[in-house]
Design a protein around this ligand. Structure first.
Ligand SMILES: [Zn+2]
Ligand SMILES: [Zn+2]
Length: 438
């Protein structure tokens, strides 16, 4: 490899290995051209003093600054998806048992783990728990390809399936309003007065079922009026919360578009599962524990439609690409339907072509209400701080420095030589150090 020989001749090999190891195995880093200068700052006068550090991308071994892509999808970047999974785990855990700035007493508040599904769009191949065969007459294996795909693709309601995904975010949004209303009603309070006594917070993740419909898993918790650090009122029990969730999920509906004379209305499916979360101390192996919930949500946060449905992990540029792709006929038909609906002026706001690869779903993968726990950004900052502290313990505190930086995007990925070096040097993820482990 001539590029490698050149690097060796220039004596820059150890430097480039150091730069690559900073990526923690990210295979599609973002490349930046630019510079960063850190100055001493007199906090009393606000005066900028001497230069403490200067970094110019041209002086770096790779000729550019390389930063992690931070892609959450396992199929796109396994290393960055792993960081995202861990962060999500910590975020969910913090909301269940405290930590990272969330008080420990949230562990004593009523909490449930709920799963919301999409309604049916036509019969699909399935595995029956009663031992009887699927309607097609066969007994399907767990990894059987036809599972979740329509028994009759000609009658499957692809239009409603795609539009449901496109409205799933709005449906959840409205559900969260209905839920607060139902909780208030059970406490004998108006919705407005509820805020003086209790707060309902949640963290949720979207997952694709094999049939290509999005469904939601959520941790829902009741706190006192100031959130996690105030105790909930005595009436706030997991039973009351469960009952309110069931009513709100049954009532909620979102009006959709009228297409060729057909009015679409969106609701959740009848399959609703709500379970109380117990703390680990009370676990006898049967209960749903905090740890299991956090691991479950974190796992699904790194998956898109590609994992369950065999669709795509990136946007489609032309519908003609579909014919060449190695995806299931069911996924192809869902994407084609989204693409066709995307041409309609009255559905412009759904941006169905841009989100065709997500089968119409354009919501966030994992979301949480403000009071649930810490944020992914806060966890990232904490990690950066920790790395900085580890790199140079006598480095000045960030508040006493002034930073001037200018960076421009110069591309993505590694050169062949860099990729070869990164692979052969076995730059394992996490070499930069993680302050916490799950
Ligand atoms: Zn990456
Ligand atoms: Zn079948």
């Amino acid at each position: 490899m001539p590029e490698l020989a050149n690097l060796a001749a220039q004596g820059t090999l150890p430097g480039i290995l150091r730069q690559l190891s900073g990526l923690g195995s990210c295979t599609h880093p973002i490349r930046l051209d630019g510079h960063r200068t850190e100055y001493d700052l007199d906090t009393a006068t606000g005066e900028i003093g001497r230069i403490l550090q200067h970094l110019d991308s041209t002086s770096l071994p790779a000729g550019q600054l390389l930063v992690r892509c931070n892609n959450r999808r396992t199929t796109r970047c396994p290393a960055c998806a792993e960081v995202y999974r861990r962060d999500t785990f910590h975020l969910i855990t913090a909301g269940l048992r405290g930590g990272k700035g969330t008080p420990e007493q949230v562990g004593t508040h009523p909490r449930v783990f709920a799963t919301f599904t999409a309604p049916g769009f036509g019969p699909v191949h399935n595995r029956r728990t009663d031992g009887r065969p699927c309607r097609c007459g066969l007994h399907h294996d767990q990894d059987d390809d036809p599972l979740g795909t329509p028994l009759n693709p000609d009658t499957y309601d692809y239009e409603a399936a795609v539009l449901w995904n496109a409205h799933a975010g709005a449906l959840w949004q409205r559900f969260s309003i209905y839920l607060r209303r139902e909780v208030a009603k059970r406490a004998g309070l108006s919705q407005r007065r509820l805020r003086d006594y209790a707060r309902v917070s949640f963290a949720k993740v979207a997952e694709y079922q094999k049939r290509g419909a999005v469904h939601f898993h959520a941790v829902i918790r009741i706190d006192g009026p100031e959130g996690g650090n105030t105790p909930p009122p005595a009436w706030a029990t997991a039973e009351l919360l469960t009952d309110a969730i069931e009513t709100a999920a049954t009532k909620v509906r979102v009006d959709g578009p009228v297409i060729d004379g057909r009015t679409h209305t969106f609701t959740f499916g009848r399959q609703l599962d709500v379970r109380t979360i117990r703390s680990a101390d009370f676990n006898d192996g049967q209960e749903l524990t905090e740890r299991a919930v956090a691991a479950y949500i974190a796992k699904y946060a790194t998956k898109g439609a590609e994992t369950a449905t065999g669709a795509l992990d990136r946007p489609l540029k032309f519908v003609a690409e579909l014919a060449q792709l190695d995806i299931s006929d069911h996924a192809r038909q869902l994407i084609r339907t989204a693409w066709a609906l995307g041409a309609r002026k009255d559905l412009e706001h759904l941006r169905l072509r841009a989100w065709a690869h997500m089968l119409g779903f354009r919501g966030h993968f994992s979301t949480k209400s403000r009071r649930y726990s810490t944020t992914l950004g806060a966890l990232r900052n904490a990690r950066a701080e920790w790395r900085r502290a580890q790199a140079a313990t006598n480095e000045p505190a960030p508040e006493t420095t002034y930073v001037l930086a200018h960076w421009v995007f110069a591309g993505t990925g590694l050169s062949d030589a860099e990729a070869w070096l990164a692979a052969s040097a076995d730059l394992a993820p996490g070499t930069e150090g993680e302050p916490t482990r799950d």
